[in-house]
Design a protein around this ligand. Sequence first.
Ligand SMILES: Cc1ncc(C[n+]2csc(CCOP(=O)(O)OP(=O)(O)O)c2C)c(N)n1
Ligand SMILES: [Mg+2]
Length: 314
Amino acid sequence: MKISKEKLLELFEKMVLIRQFERKVYEFATTGVVRGSVHLCIGEEAAAAGTVMSMGKDDYLLPTHRGHGQGLAGGTESKRLLAEIIGRESGLCKGRVGSMHFFDKENNNLGAQGILGAQFPIALGVGKAIRNKKMRSCVLCFFGDGTSNQGTFYESLNIAALWDLPIFFVCVNNLYGMGTHYSRTSKVNISKKAELFGISTKVVDGNNIEDVYLNSLELIDYVKKNSKPALIECKTYRWMGHSAFESRPYRTKEEIARWKESDPIKNFKVRLLDNKITKEEIEERENKVNEIIAEAAEFALKSDYPEFDDSIIQ
Ligand SMILES: Cc1ncc(C[n+]2csc(CCOP(=O)(O)OP(=O)(O)O)c2C)c(N)n1
Ligand SMILES: [Mg+2]
């Protein structure tokens, strides 16, 4: 399948939006505007945008603790997410939950998880509800490479396969769980873990958005047509530390530099130019994103904090 010019530009714009958004969160985190931990997905933009942008409007999303990009790709407004992350009343969840637990009902985003592996049994419940209601939908269940070692992953793969549940498991394999390389945590590739249960899988270059997008479209179609689970493993890399405040002592400079060579945005730009998309059309999208992020930052910073008396009950 050939991706239309408009869609290529949409995919590009979304990746740029995710990166600029995360840069703003980093700025806020390092200047004390964000309180607590934030996990950034710079470098992983294609894995987020390529998978989520292949969702249908009746599909559901379960993001991870590193989920800003997944939420934005699903249509969440930058300004409301940014306000949420800095704890303001105008935030997506009225500033009560922050970076790791935001949800967005309007965009079928059922909520990010701070507990690794909690998303799998939730996906089973959503998948079962979709089946019971005979809907033609699916749920995208995101997880990281490290999380694939949790017991809930295996239990949920087993039930998803046994009950034919329409779950699209999306692994963002960025090679590390905190400071531990995947090879030190498991002898088995993530896709092989799902294949053991008879689940269809694809392993893709998670830094190539066309590859991620086209394979996701195919797998989502398969999941919905057959009411069966499937899994995609997107091989990518996180450029930043595990959280915004970490100094990355466990990776060499050379390794980071090597992965930066396969920057999903920079390389896509080159392919867009080869696809007869002009420099001006690309810059137009970049400028649009810069404006969105500047407005989002202004909106978030100008918003009030919630009232203390109303801090728990909404
Ligand atoms: C049950 C549980 N154990 C440990 C943690 C602490 N923790 C938060 S993120 C993380 C690493 C997750 O690695 P991965 O699944 O690869 O996702 P990534 O952070 O690389 O996106 C750990 C151990 C947690 N949040 N929940
Ligand atoms: Mg990881």
